[in-house]
Design a protein around this ligand. Structure first.
Ligand SMILES: Cc1ncc(COP(=O)(O)OP(=O)(O)O)c(N)n1
Ligand SMILES: Cc1ncsc1CCOP(=O)(O)O
Ligand SMILES: [Mg+2]
Length: 213
């Protein structure tokens, strides 16, 4: 059965910031115990096929028996190999229709957009949620588009036809403004990964979301 698609606080794991597979597993355990509602495995650094597979397998095992879904960034083969709950792709990845054909309807499909033109081209029937960003400058994605800011995000939120998360440079200092745009949730990497106190970092974000909604 499909797991929930609750985008409230979506944690995108970075193996470098979390210091490896054990670090990602540990971060995930603490994050989901304190309110994170979705997990994605993403690596910008060199990560072999085997690294992807064993990391995804460990995370799948960690989330077993919980309502929290596991998404795999870009790599449909890894998502299929570990039977992840979903895949996240962007403008430069496999086309949406091809990805949907490969993963079927039992897995969630997330798709990134960074502007109005990309939003107008979204195949809404095939996508379950959008990742909209970057909202603010970020060091976590080298080829990130220009930061949108919350004014443009508000416009995109009004036009979208499926749920969405905002991503890029979001932390406890600006998360309230992002939630006030009316978006369903927020995705973060560095606001949780690599923090000394994962519990405190997660709670601070989740409490600000609750207050802002
Ligand atoms: C939740 C979420 N939103 C956006 C992205 C970015 O995807 P993409 O544009 O394909 O860039 P990479 O992450 O592949 O570098 C994401 N991963 N997750
Ligand atoms: C994956 C991704 N897509 C757009 S910005 C971004 C990186 C977000 O990382 P951080 O939360 O550390 O800014
Ligand atoms: Mg991608």
């Amino acid at each position: 059965m499909k797991k929930q698609l609750d985008l409230t606080l979506y944690l995108v794991l970075d193996p470098l910031l979390c210091e490896g597979i054990n670090g990602m597993v540990n971060t995930t355990k603490i994050a989901i115990a304190n309110g994170v509602t979705a997990i994605q495995l993403r690596s910008e650094q060199t990560f072999s096929g085997k690294d992807w597979y064993y990391a995804a397998l460990a995370l799948k095992e960690t989330l077993k028996g919980t309502p929290i879904p596991l998404f795999i960034n870009d790599h449909v083969d890894i998502a299929l190999a570990v039977d992840a709950d979903g895949v996240h792709i962007g403008q430069s990845d496999l086309p949406v229709d091809v990805t949907r054909q490969l993963i079927g309807n039992k897995k969630w499909l997330g798709f990134s957009i960074s502007n109005h033109q990309q939003l107008n081209a979204v195949p809404w029937q095939k996508v379950d949620y959008l990742g909209i960003g970057p909202i603010y400058p970020t060091a976590t994605k080298k080829d990130a588009a220009k930061a949108l800011g919350t004014k443009q995000l508000t416009e995109l939120v009004k036009l979208k036809q499926c749920p969405a998360v905002a991503i890029g440079g979001i932390d406890e200092s600006n998360i309230t403004d992002v939630i006030h745009t009316g978006i369903e949730g927020v995705a973060v990497v560095s606001a949780i990964c690599g923090k000394k106190d994962i519990q405190q970092a997660t709670l601070s974000l989740i409490n600000k979301i609750k207050q802002a909604k």
